[in-house]
Design a protein around this ligand. Structure first.
Ligand code: AMP
Length: 193
């Protein structure tokens, strides 16, 4: 049984009961899959949530409402981040930047590597899609150790963007991802211990 809280979000957005209610609904629609994709990982599967029209619409609306001020672009991390970033961007009147795993985007690309428990990975974007000084919201499904989000922030800022906030559907608090994102405005619609 997982604990559901409003989350230690620092962004504005739907407050009080409505937010707690949405967190409960998200929790009810998540599927926790043990040992996927490797032993020891409790995988939080968001697909049942995406398939629920009302819940999906409410999640997109909550992510939009939590955005502090206008943004030019919404960056979403491969692959489930794309599914949230695109509708959020459309509602906000912003463009979308896919943050992809290495080797997926045709160049020129900017790349940022980051450490994994074993080895390393890299994320890439096309820098010519980022106007200098663009205000960017970063969106992903799960904040776990924070490595992906921190690499994404570094990559966007190296390309001249201003990352104004990060929003997640779920934060896995025990993995301490916020520590890699000091001073950042971070919101999570559901916080799991
Ligand atoms: P991290 O870099 O550790 O914060 O991991 C974040 C990225 O990995 C996100 O793009 C998530 O989609 C994915 N991820 C990490 N842990 C999980 C998990 N337990 N369940 C689902 N996705 C996860």
């Amino acid at each position: 049984m997982s604990a559901v809280t409003d989350g230690p979000g620092t962004l504005p957005g739907p407050s009080g009961g409505r937010r707690a209610d949405l967190a409960r609904r998200i929790d009810g629609l998540l599927r926790t899959v043990p040992d996927f994709p490797q032993p020891g990982i409790q995988f939080r599967d968001i697909m049942p949530l995406l398939a629920d029209a009302d819940a999906f619409a409410d999640v997109v609306a909550a992510l939009v409402a939590g955005t502090p001020g206008p943004v030019d672009l919404v960056a979403g991390m491969e692959a489930r981040g794309f599914l949230l970033a695109a509708p959020v961007a459309a509602v906000l009147g912003a463009g979308v930047v896919p943050v992809r795993k290495a080797g997926k985007l045709p160049g020129p690309v900017a790349s940022q590597s980051y450490a994994l428990e074993y080895g390393s990975a890299a994320v890439e974007i096309q820098p010519f899609t980022i106007p200098d000084g663009a205000r960017v919201l970063v969106v992903d499904d799960v904040l776990a150790t924070g490595g992906t989000a921190a690499a994404t922030v570094a990559l966007l800022e190296a390309c001249g963007a201003e990352v104004v906030a990060l929003s997640f559907l779920v934060e896995l608090e025990s993995l301490g991802g916020r520590a890699l994102l000091p001073g950042r405005a971070i919101d999570a619609l559901l916080t799991l211990a």
